[in-house]
Design a protein around this ligand. Sequence first.
Ligand code: GLN
Length: 246
Amino acid sequence: MADVLRVCALYPDLMNIYADRGNLQLLRRRAEWRGLGFQLSGVGFDDELDPGQHDLFYMGGGQDRDQVLCAEDLATNKRAALQQAADEGKVIFGVCGGYQLLGHAYELDGTKLPGVGLVDLETVREDGPRLIGNVAIEVDLDGSKNVLAGFENHGGRTRLGAQTRPLGRVLKGHGNDGRSGHEGARGGAHGTVVGTYLHGPLLPKNAWFADWLTATALHRAVSDLEPLDDRFEDAAHAAARRAAGI
Ligand code: GLN
């Protein structure tokens, strides 16, 4: 069993709005508090992505112009490595702009940005207001239900393919498209490719979910992770739920 969590941040300078970097800090701190090692690598344009070197791949949110800059490189130079990682049950976690690029395409202003195609979904920038606000969703991860609470701000509307599972059911907020009641997506051969519109940063508000990502990336059960004193994390979760009206 690996005792080092090796995280790869994809385009960390570009795909990082709303303090998405805080998600990485939380993963680091919780790993270190448990006596696990933590390695963080950033992979950008022209960098080779070796799927064997990482357990968890992370891509944060980005403005449309940031996505335009990295979509082509992601879809051409990183696709095979990410597909291999997903096939091996590694965690690939995308937030907002990063989530959109896990699908087939993001269509905006009459052009289609290619996605990396790990999950059967597509995003379209329709006319209409941005979907903004506090949000809470109910997530069922392998039989245990919990609430994920955060903040969303996206112009794109994401439609899931017929066989694609959403990450959760919208309790408050807009979710994927403001209509379907679905939020996020979960796919890949082992269900380890996960996307969500929730920012926040998300993980400091939902430490339970960070633990699921960590455990899954290390091929362990959450119950195998050493328990931590989560008084502050529980308070942050409760505050995020309250903000969303749950
Ligand atoms: N640019 C994308 C959109 O507006 C993603 C935004 C984000 O990452 N917050 O839909």
